[in-house]
Design a protein. Structure first.
Length: 68
């Protein structure tokens, strides 16, 4: 595993600076606003209920299938 880490660090060290930057084009810098809009959409579409029901059913299924 140490060889793999050394190889990756050597590869990244020898790359030009402009190749190591992956994201430069930021269209909407309002990160907190994006999170707020996404959360509001998550609540309005009812996906939060699907999440909660899935967690409860998954917990019950785990309890039924465990050996302890």
């Amino acid at each position: 595993m140490n060889f793999f880490n050394d190889s990756i660090s050597q590869l990244l060290w020898q790359m030009p600076v402009n190749a190591t930057v992956l994201a430069q084009n930021i269209t909407d810098p309002d990160l907190l606003g994006q999170i707020q809009r996404s959360w509001a959409h998550f609540i309005q579409t009812g996906q939060v209920w699907a999440l909660l029901i899935g967690l409860v059913i998954g917990y019950m299924f785990r309890g039924l299938t465990s050996y302890s």
